[in-house]
Design a protein around this ligand. Structure first.
Ligand SMILES: *Cc1c(COP(=O)(O)O)cnc(C)c1O
Length: 478
């Protein structure tokens, strides 16, 4: 009020500008009906915009009177509202060539799994209801038998993710006692999952044996006391120790544990049901092989090489699995119905390995012949080269894709990239525009080029991708 008495001529330049900021109600009058959006969202957007102007003025940022009139503020409001109306969780085009990309959602699901998700999401289901007996059922029973048939395990259950699986197994079988692990396997998976930390949370005591690069059977032998509960093997999925190394095989551990009446657990990380070495990937033990080697409990992720939804799968001997199922912690780590629906559909595909390889996107992308990727890359090049002529050079380059998800870290897979070399703008600004576009496109920058590895771009994304690329250069797609 005191300020108003001085009129618009008084006060510092900042105060004059502050007085020009419209009132919320006035602004709402300008945009009334213009925006087909919930009133709450419109009001929030207006408040936010006006607060931003106020802080910009107070911070001495260059704001002029013209920036504060209706003609300038209405489009600013519309842009802000459009952002708020866009879902936060969106699909993106993955041009990184990392197949199991943790930040981009890891594995994507095949159609049969998506259809199941849709069905159980919108209708009631037998999630925990035994249709034969009419009694309460267990949610695991929907997938336990399938898992056992596929892997040869006696019993199994599924939880929220593999980190939860490891925690649950350790807590059930080893809380208050000792777990023997090789020093070379005390891994950190990322997102703060470290074996020693998970062990501490489970209440078990970690007994490290061997050296970082070499651990022998006698090291385990010497560490087994009457406090020992479990021998643990952890698959070193995201790094490789090379040179003078040695590891004890699962078979040897099983034999040693047997002599002491102890169980052996393996955290397999990316459990896979298919031997991918015939596609040029390094040989990794499959879940079936681990079960056959006599492991008592094995845990792995649902959304790494298995190619399903996020889940932690626990398989093994019935006497241990039964104890794990009874652990009350299980309730806190349980899997939800969408995940179960997706997981069941994925598991059914594995009964026919060839079908699994073609239908499960993760496996299809990992086993994709180079010619197919090259054809895809050429399709994209044909769509954009003429449109972008003069603005950007478009090339087809050899590149290496990665498996991702912490699996097979050293493994490169020969692939093809579409490379963009902008003529009159920086490659960094192109990367930003594509990432912020609709749909967002994520690629990588190498040697001043923006690269799109076509292994992870689906055929039916090419039209959309071509349009995004053209838009980033301000031209219409041809
Ligand atoms: C990925 C991984 C985990 C964690 O699995 P999530 O499903 O991501 O929780 C645990 N152990 C190993 C060895 C892994 O590779």
């Amino acid at each position: 009020m005191a300020n108003a008495e001085h009129g618009t001529g008084g006060g510092s330049p900042n105060q004059q500008l502050l007085r020009l900021i419209p009132k919320v109600d006035e602004f709402l009058g300008w945009v009334e009906g213009a925006a087909d959006a919930p009133a709450l969202l419109v009001k929030g957007t207006v408040r936010e915009l006006l607060a931003e102007l106020r802080s910009a003025i107070l911070a001495g940022e260059p704001v002029s009177a013209a920036d504060l009139d209706r003609a300038a503020l209405t489009p600013a409001f519309e842009a802000k509202l459009a952002v708020k109306l866009t879902p936060n969780f969106r699909t993106v085009i993955n041009g990184t060539g990392v197949v199991v990309h943790t930040n981009l959602g890891r594995s994507i699901l095949p159609e049969s799994a998506m259809a199941m998700l849709q069905q159980v999401g919108g209708r009631y289901s037998n999630l925990e209801f035994d249709l034969t007996t009419g009694r309460r059922g267990s949610r695991y029973s929907l997938v336990e038998e399938l898992l056992c048939e596929l892997t040869g395990a006696e019993a199994g259950l599924v939880v929220n993710n593999n980190a939860a699986a490891v925690l649950l197994v350790l807590e059930t079988l080893a809380a208050g006692r000792e777990v023997v692990v090789s020093r070379g396997q005390l891994v950190e998976i990322g997102g703060s999952f470290r074996i020693p930390d998970v062990m501490a949370k489970s209440g078990a005591t970690l007994v490290e044996v061997g050296a970082t690069n070499r651990t022998h059977l006698r090291d385990y032998q010497a560490a087994i006391t009457d406090q020992a509960a479990l021998l643990l093997k952890v698959h070193t999925s995201n790094f490789k120790v090379i040179g003078f190394t040695s590891e004890v095989s699962l078979e040897e551990l099983v034999a040693l544990a047997g002599q002491h009446g102890l169980p052996v657990m393996e955290d397999l990380g990316s459990g896979c049901f298919v031997d991918l070495s015939r596609f040029g990937l390094a040989k990794e033990p499959t879940v079936q092989e681990v079960v056959r080697a006599g492991v008592d409990v094995v845990t792995f992720s649902g959304d790494k090489l298995l190619g399903g939804p996020q889940a932690g799968i626990i398989l093994g001997r019935r006497k241990y699995i039964d104890r794990i199922k009874k652990n009350p912690m299980n309730r806190a780590l349980r899997i939800d119905k969408f995940t179960l629906a997706g997981l069941e559909a994925i598991l059914r595909l594995y009964f026919d390995e060839e079908k699994a390889l073609s239908a499960i996107p993760t496996l299809a992308m990992l086993s994709m012949p180079l010619e197919v990727i090259e054809r895809r890359a050429k399709r994209l090049v044909r769509r954009i080269r003429a449109a972008l002529a003069g603005r950007c050079e478009v090339q087809l380059l050899p590149i290496e894709s990665r498996v991702g998800g912490g699996a097979l870290p050293e493994q490169g897979l020969a692939s093809r990239a579409v490379a963009l070399l902008p003529a009159d703008r920086s490659v960094n600004s192109l990367e930003v525009d594509l990432r912020r576009g609709t749909p967002p496109v994520v690629g990588r920058i190498e040697a001043d080029r923006f690269l799109l590895d076509m292994r992870t771009v689906a055929d039916d994304e090419i039209t959309e991708l071509a349009a995004s690329l053209c838009r980033a250069f301000g031209v219409a797609p041809v």
